[in-house]
Design a binder for this molecule. Structure first.
Ligand code: TYM
Length: 333
């Protein structure tokens, strides 16, 4: 008999186009893990509502994200690629879990503190309870593994705490998920300010390489990447954060070790090195972009896959939700 595969869950916010950080920290890993696990990947559109969205652009971005998942190599036939907001169980479980989460825990979330400082005019309750919705996403599918970048580690910890608390009261309802944070790629920094993470909301457009940037733009952004006043290509994040970030990116894309890369560029200047990193990144993105452009003309194909996968996700999620409702004593007739 075939052994049942373990379950993997992950997703991304449905805003703007993805950065190289999203790709190397998450999406690329999803693709190579997807054979080993039964995978659910959500377009996390409910999470995106914590920031005010233009409705038309938001709809477009969410669909574009779905196409990027597929273009990156996630088959919508082999994996469950779906929209979070199309499965109402997410919002329902999030409410229940809100009642099992302490404000003290949420107050410690660094991402909330950062985002609240950034969007002072809209520090809404959704931003505050964001990690609870994320816990609901993961726990609904009884996920064993959650591949994310390092910035999501704290959210995974609170998810595990909420699950353990709930299980402690009601018995083994939820699988306690393990984070999967890859050694390279988990923390891609901005090219213009290597002390900050690469992010789609970077004020400097040269800081983030976008997955849909054309070749010239990718090369230009790497050419302008901030380094230091030395000329040695050496991995040392403390004193050489810019160069180390580039080594990390190069290593992630080519699969080569940091030592190997240092050796290759021994005696060469930063100019050569930056150009080489730009080239490998542009080469990596080219097939993905080609497939993405094709997919954007295959509207019916994508919509059919979304509908099918929404249903499959809904089936799995509601199985857990029914169990939870019963455990907490919500009425059944
Ligand atoms: P989001 O949309 O901010 O990011 C998506 C994924 O990309 C990773 N990432 C990075 N990795 C390395 N370097 C970077 N510079 C970088 N920037 C982003 C993130 O760690 C993440 O893995 N809350 C999640 C979305 C979410 C989710 C979930 C994830 C909602 N529910 C349930 C897993 C399970 C988020 O904001 O991701």
């Amino acid at each position: 008999m075939e052994k049942e595969k373990k379950i993997l869950y992950s997703g991304m916010q449905a805003t703007n186009t993805l950065t190289l950080g999203n790709y190397l920290g998450a999406l690329k890993n999803w693709v190579h893990l997807s054979e080993e696990y039964d995978c659910y990947y959500g377009v996390m559109d409910l999470h995106s509502l914590t920031v005010r969205q233009d409705p038309a652009a938001f709809r477009k971005n969410a669909k574009s994200l779905y196409a990027l998942y597929v273009a990156a190599g996630l088959s919508p036939e082999e994996n469950i690629l779906y929209f979070q907001s199309h499965v109402s169980a997410h919002a329902e479980l999030a409410w229940i879990l809100n009642c099992f989460t302490y404000m003290g825990e949420l107050n410690r979330m660094t991402q909330f503190k950062d985002k609240a400082a950034k969007h002072t005019d809209n520090v809404n309750a959704g931003l505050y309870t964001y990690p609870v919705l994320m816990a609901a996403d993961i726990l609904l599918y009884q996920a064993d593994l959650v591949p994310v970048g390092a910035d999501q580690k704290q959210h995974l910890e609170i998810c595990r705490d909420i699950a353990a608390r709930f299980n402690g009261i009601y018995g083994d309802v939820f699988t306690i998920p393990e984070p999967y944070i890859a050694k390279t790629g988990a923390k891609i920094q901005s090219l213009s300010d290597p002390e900050k993470k690469m992010s789609k909301s970077d004020e400097n457009p040269n800081g983030a390489v976008l997955l849909l940037d054309d070749r010239d733009t990718v090369l230009r952004k790497f050419k302008r990447a901030v380094t230091d006043s030395e000329s040695e290509v050496r991995f040392d994040p403390e004193t050489k954060p810019g160069v180390s970030n580039l080594i990390n990116i190069y290593s992630c894309v080519t699969g080569r070790s940091k030592e190997d890369i240092e050796k290759e560029f021994e005696g060469k200047g930063y100019g050569d090195f930056k150009a080489a990193v730009g080239e490998v990144v542009a080469d990596e993105l080219a097939p993905l972009q080609k497939r993405y452009n094709e997919l954007m003309t295959e509207k019916t194909y994508l919509e059919e896959r979304i509908r099918e996968n929404d249903q499959k996700a809904s089936y799995a999620a509601n199985k857990t939700l029914r169990k939870v409702r019963k455990k907490v004593g919500l009425t059944e007739v």
